[in-house]
Design a protein around this ligand. Structure first.
Ligand SMILES: NC(=O)c1ccc[n+]([C@@H]2O[C@H](COP(=O)([O-])OP(=O)(O)OC[C@H]3O[C@@H](n4cnc5c(N)ncnc54)[C@H](O)[C@@H]3O)[C@@H](O)[C@H]2O)c1
Length: 216
């Protein structure tokens, strides 16, 4: 099945499976059942079997899934079996934290270029990466074959940066700025919204805890 036919929900679950499978592999566990996967990931085993069946018949009855084989398949489906270079724009607090984190990942997906428009930031180092000026973005994207961009600039600058990224040939954007970007339909945008995630968690707080604790 072609990957563009797979539902977004499945595509979002695959990295979750992969993280757990990598953990199993590190512990030299060779097989795993959909029940074990389900238990650990708090998902329905039938759902997991259905998700994985999209990509072929990997599981063996009574034995489960071969961990290294499943890792290889999922990495292939997610295109993680090739080096994927990522560009980040906005070397501020969040941008630096993400770039630093990325250095320690064993993954083939890495932030390989960081850009900022503020002159004192240009030329500074974030670990092994040097912050580059915006006028080098298009050529760097081309030279490194970069197809994914991360936006960590203030919200009022995010659309401008998205336009620059798209103009440079970026096909997918992870946007950390709290703004809805206007992009052509062929550009995939995922929003990483810390504030709305946190706000929606507030809904699940237990009613009346404050009243009990503080006696009002
Ligand atoms: N989604 C999240 O989890 C989350 C969490 C914190 C912050 N944020 C958002 O991420 C963004 C960055 O936050 P921060 O705290 O790192 O801000 P920051 O001010 O520390 O950093 C922003 C950086 O962007 C650069 N910049 C500004 N305009 C630019 C432009 N046009 N081109 C290139 N670079 C430009 C600045 O020079 C600065 O280095 C904000 O939009 C913020 O709301 C998101």
């Amino acid at each position: 099945m072609k990957s563009d036919k797979i539902s977004e929900a499945v595509v979002r679950r695959l990295p979750v499976y992969l993280r757990f499978l990598n953990d199993l592999q590190n512990r030299e566990i060779a097989t795993v059942s959909s029940q074990e996967l389900g238990q650990r990931l708090d998902l329905n085993p039938a759902q997991i079997r259905k998700d994985l069946a999209y990509f072929g018949d990997f599981g063996r009855k009574g034995i489960g899934y071969d961990v290294p084989y499943l890792i290889e398949k999922i990495r292939h489906i997610l295109k993680l079996d090739q080096q994927i270079n990522v560009v980040l724009v906005g070397a501020g607090n969040l941008g630096q934290a993400l770039s630093n984190y990325n250095i320690y990942l064993k993954d083939t997906m890495k932030i390989t270029a960081v850009f900022d428009s503020y002159p004192p930031k240009i030329g500074t180092k974030i670990n092994t990466l040097t912050v580059q000026p915006m006028d080098e973005l298009a050529s760097t994207v081309r030279e490194q074959g970069i197809r994914i961009g991360i936006i960590t600039v203030p919200e009022q600058e995010a659309q401008k940066v998205a336009d620059i990224l798209i103009g440079a040939g970026i096909e997918a954007i992870l946007n950390f700025a709290p703004v809805i970007l206007k992009t052509p339909p062929e550009i995939r945008v995922h929003a990483a919204d810390f504030t709305t995630d946190l706000q929606s968690l507030a809904y699940y707080l237990h009613e009346g805890k404050d009243e009990e604790e503080h006696g009002y």
